[in-house]
Design a protein around this ligand. Sequence first.
Ligand code: FE2
Ligand code: FE2
Length: 256
Amino acid sequence: MTDQTLNRQANWTRWRSFFERRKDRALPPLDPKVDYAMLPRSLARSIAIFQLGESGGGTIVAQARRSKLRGIDADYAAALDLFVKEEHRHANILAMCVRLMHGELISKNWTARLFVAGRRLIGLRLKVLVLLAAEVVGICYYSAIASRLPGGPMRHWLRELADDERGHLDFHCDFLRSQTQGVVRKRVFMAVWRCVMCAAAITVMVDHRKTLHDLRLSRREIWGQWMEIGRQAESRVIDPSSTVSRVLRQSSASLS
Ligand SMILES: [Fe+2]
Ligand SMILES: [Fe+2]
C-alpha cells in the first residue's frame, strides 16, 4: 500500500488500531536492587513533575466524543481515549523511576498547573495543540535524561517513553492538519503554535534548570532540539505534501 493510498483513507481507524495494539503492554518489572544512588536528587524531583503531568487528561476524551468538528469521528475519540491511557502508563513507569531513586511523588506543581490551565482554555483544537507542545517537550527531555543515565532499566524505560511520544506527536499532528485547511487557518495555527511551543520550552527550562545543570545537559543544545522537533511538527500540520506518519506506516507494514 503506497503512502498516497494511505493518505486518502480516513486516518482515525488506523490510529485507533495503532493504539489498540499497544494497550495491553504490561508495566516493566521493578527491580529495587538496581542502585541509582549516584543520581542527583534534582532528577527524582524532575521526574516526579513529569509523572504528575502524565496523570491527567480524561476530560478531553469526553469533549472529543461530544465534538461536532469536521474531520473527526468516533474512531478519533476512541483513539484519543487509548492515547490518554497510554499516558497513564507513562505516569506509572515514571512513578517507578521516582521510587528507584528513593524520591517522592508530588500532587501539585506550578508547571503542571500551567499545563492543565492551557488544556482547559477553550476548544478541542487548542487542547490538542497544548498536548502537541507537551509531546515535543517529552521527546527531548526523556531522551536527554536517558543519555545521562547508566545502563539499566531507567534508561531503557525513558527511551521507550520518548519513542511513544513520537507516535503521539504524529497522532496530534494528523488531528491538527485535519483542522487547518485553508491559508488563514494555517497562519493562525502557526502563530499560536510558535507561542505555545516557546512558552512550554521556557517553562520547562526554568523549572528543571537544576536537573539540567546537575546532569551537565547543555541548555542551548536542548533548546535547539526542542525548536527543531517543533518545526518538524509544524510542517507535518501545514504542509499538504506531508506523508502518512512513519509510526502508522510501520505498524501498517507489520500487519501486511
Ligand atoms: Fe507521555
Ligand atoms: Fe505523549
